[in-house]
Design a protein around this ligand. Sequence first.
Ligand code: FDA
Length: 536
Amino acid sequence: MDTAHRSFPILVALFVLLFGVTSSQPYEEFLQCLEFHDSNITSIVYTRANSSFSSLLESSIRNPRFDTSATPKPLLIFTPRQISHIQSAIRCSRAHRIQIRVRSGGHDYEGLSYSTISPSLTFLVLDLRNLRAIQVDVPSKTAWAQAGATLGELYYAIAAESRTLAFPAGMWPTVGLGGHISGGGYGSLLRKHGIAADNVVDAQVVDVEGRILDRASMGEDLFWAIRGGGNTFGIVIAWKIKLVPVPASVTACTVTRTLEQNATEIVHRWQYVVDKLSNDVFFMVVLNRVVNPIQANATTIQASFNSLYLGSIEGLILMMEAKFPDLGLRRENCVEMSWAKSILYFAGFPLNSPLESLLDRTISATGSAKFKGKSDYVKEPIPISGFEGIWEKLKEVGVQTGGLILASYGGKMSEIPESSIPFPHRAGNIYQVEEVAFWVEDGVEAADGYLNWLRGLYEYMTPYVSKNPREAYANYRDLDIGRNGGGGEGDYRRARSWGSSYYKNNFDRLVRVKTAVDPANFFRNEQSIPPLSSWR
Ligand code: FDA
């Protein structure tokens, strides 16, 4: 390279540092900036002109609702292979005023890791798919896992070392560790061991200045904030997690009951026992409309009770006969398996599926169906009449196109103080609710129909769920409950309303941390915690 060529990137970078850039082709200058920091870096940058751009973008869009021609697309996708690439991306994005959207597993309910609601926003996707190393250390019962790894990859790596260790996180294998733990992360071990973010003991983060921080160097405030407080305090590179003990064999069961089989009374009764059962039991109930199995050309409402027990089938049946006989649990409803296999069971894989299925990053939870979810917390049992109203709502949509998923709380969740980490939904909750709608039809009209139905269901639930604030789960992101400006510009007062739903009294501490670590609000999106300077 001659001298003129060598000095060109330096001049560009100097210009950028001194004056910033408002260019009509920001990506070219951004690329030159990257090249200045690392001469090989452009091989991991995919511009819109690159033939792999679309397939790369779509490969981890987990909600087809945000995979349309109308969805705003990034200027480029950047797939770092090492931390220095991320440091360069932050420096150059700041210099060129390009917003960064970080993507680990791509499951964001509102697509914010790869898209935006603002058509004019210039942004890039920093896709962490190449940063997914996992190191399990059985003697210390810990693991370091990079943020681009999926839950399935983590569970597989743990299972490869030990059948009696696990990690208390979510139940869908392709969910990414980056977003999941940043927002909390619950699964079948929550009543025994809390949520994923409760079990993080260290982390590696790149901050807005490009510094690589660990727990000691980031300090306890930032370390507190990244464990469930959303994900715009820095870029999480890796988590050090505490592994928890599980029996070599656990019991997974499914019992379905329709209205004709007393579903209403059983679900109603379930609410009185579920948070008081032994911490070894986790229950999830899926309520939806199905084809009636006993009446031709008719539909009914079905309650599907899925449970995980950290023990034997006999042990669970004895417990259910004593505490919840209404369910009528029988041996043939249950299967014993390793904890890692129970993840495949609950994800709907056939029983004989190999454990390697956990490594499949291409599986889709909804196929081509688009979806929207909302969430709630229930503190008092819903009366029978309340469920009858829910059934009426479910009858307004088609078979399996709308539903509710109830996940049992209590146990360890009630022992952890609300301010321990930003995720605040602890004592007093019987169960969490997810209200969800799915649709395959294309177009705005169809989408609006389902969205309106879902909003109507959410409205209907108001008297039965938490109030002041109406709590919501940050990992089930819902822009209906409030949002920042299109480019992510936050306004403290507006943000306080949705922020209290996700974080309750922890919201103000999150704002203070954000103000300290990213005062200019570089890491932002439509629902990021704003710094205090945004107070208007
Ligand atoms: P994605 O990559 O979309 O990231 C989500 C958010 O985190 C985005 O704002 C993104 O910018 C940010 N982010 C990602 N990586 C980051 C990083 N390294 N540093 C900083 N910010 C980062 N939840 C649950 O608790 N239990 C469950 O069982 C399930 N199951 C489930 C199934 C399916 C099919 C879906 C679609 C979702 C779930 N979830 C869930 C919700 C899930 O936990 C939530 O969507 C997570 O944010 C997903 O994390 P990903 O990394 O996959 O998403």
